[in-house]
Design a protein around this ligand. Sequence first.
Ligand SMILES: Nc1nc2c(ncn2[C@@H]2O[C@H](COP(=O)(O)OP(=O)(O)OP(=O)(O)O)[C@@H](O)[C@H]2O)c(=O)[nH]1
Ligand SMILES: [Mg+2]
Length: 464
Amino acid sequence: MLVRGLIEDTIAAVATPLGEGGIGIVRVSGAEAIALVDQAFQSPKDKRLAGAGNWSLNYGWILDGEGNRIDEAVVSIMRAPHSYTREDVVEINCHGGIVPLQKTLERVLELGARLAEPGEFTKRAFLHGRIDLSQAEAVIDVIRAKTDRSHRLALRQLEGGLSEAFDGMRQELVGLLAAIEAGIDFPDEVGDMEPEAVIAICDSVNEQIQSLLETADTGRVLREGVDTAIVGRPNVGKSSLLNMLVRENRAIVTEIPGTTRDVIEEIVNIGGFPFVVRDTAGIRHTEDVIEKIGVERAQALMEGADLVLCVVDGSTPMHREDIDLFEQLRDKPAVLVVNKSDLGSAVSDEVYRHKLPETPIVRISAVTGQGLEELEETVVSEVTKGRIDLTDRSVIVTRVRHKQALREAQESLVAARNTVENGLPMDLVAIDVRGAAERLGEVTGHTVSDEVIDRIFADFCIGK
Ligand SMILES: Nc1nc2c(ncn2[C@@H]2O[C@H](COP(=O)(O)OP(=O)(O)OP(=O)(O)O)[C@@H](O)[C@H]2O)c(=O)[nH]1
Ligand SMILES: [Mg+2]
């Protein structure tokens, strides 16, 4: 594992959210962390933190520069390397208010700590080799997880499940590379590898890459949420559907067509998947300036969505506007939601199916709640398409960065295979094998640029 330069300064930040809480924590990490906080610490029996036991909690007061008490605190000591960052870490547990936390932080900075950048504690854990890059990314995913299932997935990645898969493939390629290079360097003693043996390893790694790539779409939606647009002509019950999905009266529902003008967004947990559901303005031709903007937004959202819930009123015949909308739905992952089933059915499934042969149809009533379960099941199976094994053991790719690395590694392996098949020299094969190994190493951080590292940690919150 690379250690990029020496990390010498001691950093500090408020690690808890800004606002009122039972406690708030100022976290300090670095070689000077204990000595530095010690200067601001006063215990009832004049105990010094320098002599405090490892993993100890120390009760006392935090003092300002003039010796006045800032706050009552419990200070925890975690000495290197058994800490989050692998450095000495001190956590000052203050009362959870903005002023005590801010003042405590200021005091620590005054004594010589530097304000930490977002993600810098986790970055240090990475630079010191406690976790790899994909585990560092999982930290933020654990924090941001919206559903139980995304949380479990992030935890598995934090535990190193994804790292193992990538490392395993990378090791196979590094082994292959060593064998190829030995053949090049010692043609008489070792000799070139058999082409079949090279191809067999390339194919085996390629298969593993392929099965990981197949998890990427599901993985992404588990991490980011399924971008879902509810569309349909005015008054068919789009806002009522949103309310039904979130189980509260979130959007305004009236019998007046054109009620919704702006986009309303809610995160809903459906079958363990986070869905970012957007209710939009009913799509129709209108001269109303505000409504027109809403209609344009609805159309744009539909185009960008992962999933479209297209709502029609099943109790009335199809409208021209419904049919226009169906045209735009072709080739999009969508579910046709036939609403108002409590008022009877004016159009048969066959007629809808004729217009939208590939789209699943679910009949619901947003007023009685009938059909909700079937709709939720349909929506989840549209997202997973039954392809992905979501058992706790399976490894799932959640980030575009990882998917990209897999794709590029795959391209290099295909190129390596072709080079072998065309009977070209082994040093050309080596170039592509090395390329593939490097791409895989980017995910765990074995081979990655500082720029990529900075970008990853910039996504973190302060104090993490
Ligand atoms: N009987 C019945 N009425 C419904 C049902 N769903 C919605 N409605 C009624 O239909 C009317 C329109 O519902 P909305 O949810 O506001 O429809 P919308 O598609 O959001 O309408 P716009 O925002 O104007 O495009 C309201 O009076 C609802 O009470 C249903 O399943 N059955
Ligand atoms: Mg509406």
